[in-house]
Write a protein that binds this ligand. Structure first.
Ligand code: KG4
Ligand code: ZN
Length: 357
């Protein structure tokens, strides 16, 4: 490595020999607890998407353990990339660029994906592009809904993020609101853990809530009436715990389904009403919801209904693209490469990064 020199903007993508409209991009995602890779053609067509989840590893701790997650990524990343290429019926030689989640996530986890992406970029002399994880989620929706218009308001709700964005144009965002404490998915996970429903909590709460009455408990709707567009889910989680704890000493079985349904209603109401408020204020015609929590059927139903009432269109990703995956990273990478953005081998990972505006 002695004479190896790190260099920024190593490639001029316009001088490379490929047609960007059909460009085959490998997307790599390792920001949290999914080791994922996908091959996407022309930024739209998913040829393969491989996601190795680590749920089994973390469920016994009731949440993601960063060090364990990073080690598992290191074990799996080569295999997952290989599977993504093979299952698309391609070879490594066919890959024309590599996009990787480099911003927002667990630092040890991001480093594994970035190291793999840089290695491929260097070895194959193909362009590298670093993606913000939330931009990946925005593109999950574009992948599933090619007619999704810009501008639109996009709510990203996942285990690590709750962010309200105005998508002004492809790759141009204005942050409208964020969570001030826990992310929405984190609140689902913590309430589920408290109720003994297991990890990840979102699907478990949704399942339990189906048998419950969402009006049985009146949990608070944090910051609903506040003039800003920020969220707070830690207060909601604490309110649930405070309301439920006294019931645990009575000797009667806990009304788990009612608690789950009432919590879900509170979370959904806050998410829907803040998003709709800003969509109407900004005058956009469409709203998109993305990230792991966007798989929640009650959330989808409430958004669809509220949007219909206000003459707006609601968009959600396919269920397979709600949680973390490599396809959304490849799609975002395509858009960034199309703008001539290429990273050098000095691409840094940033655990907590603002969305670029
Ligand atoms: O997007 P994602 O895979 O990872 C992050 O970027 O954080 O989201 C994972 C989160 C978890 O908190 C999980 O409980 C939540 O998404 N989730 C759900 C559902 N499916 C996954 N939350 C509510 N309802 C669901 N059906
Ligand atoms: Zn995510």
């Amino acid at each position: 490595m002695s004479n190896y020199k790190i260099q920024s903007s190593k490639f001029d993508i316009w001088t490379l020999d490929f047609d960007i409209r059909k460009m085959l991009i490998l997307g790599i995602e390792t920001s949290c607890d999914e080791t994922a890779a996908a091959l996407v053609a022309g930024g739209r067509e998913i040829l393969s998407s491989v996601v190795a989840t680590q749920l089994d590893l973390h469920s016994r701790y009731g949440g993601v353990v960063p060090e364990i997650a990073a080690r598992r990524h290191a074990e799996l990343i080569g295999y997952v990339i290989d599977q993504a290429i093979v299952s698309a019926g391609r070879t490594l030689g066919d890959v024309e660029a590599v996009a990787v989640t480099a911003r927002q996530g667990l630092v040890g986890c991001l480093l594994v994906g970035a190291a793999a992406a840089k290695t491929l970029s260097y070895a194959r002399r193909i362009p590298l592009v670093g993606i913000h994880h939330i931009e990946g989620h925005v593109f999950a929706n574009l992948l599933s809904n090619p007619t999704l218009p810009v501008p639109h308001v996009c709510l990203t709700v996942s285990g690590g993020h709750t962010m309200l964005l105005l998508v002004e144009a492809p790759c141009r965002y204005r942050v409208l609101g964020v969570t001030l404490d826990d992310a929405a998915g984190e609140a689902f996970d913590k309430v589920a853990k408290f109720l003994g429903l297991g990890f990840p909590g979102g699907p478990a709460i949704e399942k339990a809530a189906r048998e419950g009455n969402g009006r049985a408990f009146r949990f608070p709707r944090p910051l609903l009436r506040a003039g800003n567009l920020d969220f707070s889910f830690s207060g909601l989680k604490t309110a649930v715990i405070n309301a439920v704890r006294p019931l645990m000493t009575g000797g009667k079985p806990l009304p788990v389904a009612d608690i789950a349904a009432s919590f879900q209603e509170a979370a959904v109401e806050v998410l829907v009403s803040k998003t709709l408020r800003v969509a109407l204020e900004t005058g956009v015609k469409a709203v998109s919801v993305t990230g792991g929590v966007s798989a929640n059927r009650r959330l989808r139903q409430a958004f669809t209904q509220a949007c219909q009432n206000k003459g707006l269109e609601a968009f959600f990703p396919d269920l397979s693209l709600c949680t973390d995956n490599g396809a959304m990273v490849a799609a975002a990478g395509y858009a960034r490469l199309n703008r001539g953005e290429v990273a050098g081998l000095d691409l840094d990972v940033v655990p907590s990064a603002l969305m670029e505006l």
